[in-house]
Design a binder for this molecule. Sequence first.
Ligand SMILES: C[S@@+](CC[C@H](N)C(=O)[O-])C[C@H]1O[C@@H](n2cnc3c(N)ncnc32)[C@H](O)[C@@H]1O
Length: 232
Amino acid sequence: MEVRANLSKEATAVAQMFDEVSPRYDITNTILTFGQVFAWRAAVTRAVQVRPGMKILDLACGTGASTASLAKAGADVTGCDFSEGMIREGLRRRPHLNLIQGDAMDLPFENESFDAVTMSYGLRNVQNPMRALEEMYRVIRPGGRLVVAEFSTPRSQPMHSLYTFYITRVLPAISKVVSSDGAAYDYLHESIMDWPDKDELSLMIGEAGWVNVQWRPLSFGTVAIHRAVRPL
Ligand SMILES: C[S@@+](CC[C@H](N)C(=O)[O-])C[C@H]1O[C@@H](n2cnc3c(N)ncnc32)[C@H](O)[C@@H]1O
């Protein structure tokens, strides 16, 4: 069955869509990003400045690919995602990880229980991203760090045109062949085109209470990593 969410990002529809893509999520990701996703994960791990034993929440962890990168660096990491299918597939592929089901808008964790929180390619899919930023703030200790990786749109005009062509024409065609639910990848390009740019996202992060908000572009600005700190 092909399931696809739309820009209203209704939670049940988004979770069901990720349930459907879960069996082939990792391989589709690798193909659609030409393997760039591995460099992006390494960049997130560096941005967190992982120290051994550091308690990290990897929110919207999906199949745990982002979680595994942090665990490999020595973190005590908990992955959390609201898609049952993604968590099931993650535990099948990576049984050593601690992955649990939970909603970014109502996190099942005590206040100030982590040293850092990461969210890779998840915030764009949350119905109320401001609420998720506030929830992440709540569960991080004062002085703790936020790292958000998300797709973005390049600022240079030629690169912007090339990227738009890729995500609106090429990506849907490839995903229909390699994914277990090609229709879901139509939502992918719609949600990327609709997502705020880097400065606007920085403002949202600041409005949720985070300070020292910074971003850096990856892969010609097609991805951005935002960092911020919960004030002491
Ligand atoms: C594109 S995947 C990213 C997975 C993983 N972080 C990675 O880098 O491969 C986005 C994930 O966000 C999750 N997600 C979307 N909205 C969510 C919410 N409100 N609460 C928890 N997870 C959510 C989806 O279920 C999906 O697994």
